[in-house]
Design a binder for this molecule. Structure first.
Ligand code: RP5
Length: 163
């Protein structure tokens, strides 16, 4: 397996979760993405975590929507860091996903990112920062990303009215 395992509750989550993969690509971090549902395939969830524990996976990113128990269930099966991404839901726009993921009871930790694409991208960034603590090339890539972002802001710092 790759360094970062991206899991999601449904293929319908991929348009959001692919932003985590894009960020990891940009930072030179290997990733693998799979669909694993906490309530539709609970057995697969358990075997996937057992597999992750035996390979080189360092960080898990988990995206889910609605009653989003996937990140918490994954965290229950591993001591690898789990970052949860609340995926926007049809009815409640992801507020349900956010509260489900962020309100983990004491004793099992899930790091929760923002709802939607920004959260997915930041989950990739945060995973890279974790890996960067022991991998200088990845840390350099994160620094370069920050510098590029800064330059973009400075280039666009003066605003003019369209005439
Ligand atoms: C969750 O239910 C998934 O994470 C997804 O966000 C949501 C809806 O899934 P589908 O009905 O689109 O498969 O388990």
């Amino acid at each position: 397996m790759a360094s970062v395992l991206i899991l999601m509750g449904s293929k319908s989550d991929w348009p959001v979760m692919q932003h985590a993969a894009t960020m990891l690509e940009e930072l030179g971090v290997s990733w693998e993405a799979r669909v694993v549902s906490a309530h539709r395939t609970p057995d697969l969830l358990q075997t996937t975590m057992a597999e992750a524990e035996q390979t080189d996976v360092k960080v898990i990113i988990a995206g889910a929507g609605g009653a989003a128990h996937l990140p918490g269930m994954l965290a229950a099966f591993t001591c690898l860091p789990v970052f949860g991404v609340p995926v926007p839901s049809k009815q409640l726009k992801g507020l349900d996903s956010l509260l489900s993921i962020v309100q983990m009871p004491k004793g099992v930790a899930v790091g929760t990112l923002a709802v939607g694409q920004a959260g997915a991208a930041n989950a990739g960034l945060l995973a890279a920062q974790v890996l960067g603590t022991t991998n200088p090339a990845i840390q350099d890539a994160v620094r370069a990303f920050r510098s590029k972002q800064r330059e973009t802001v400075l280039e666009n710092s003066t605003l003019e009215l369209d005439k």
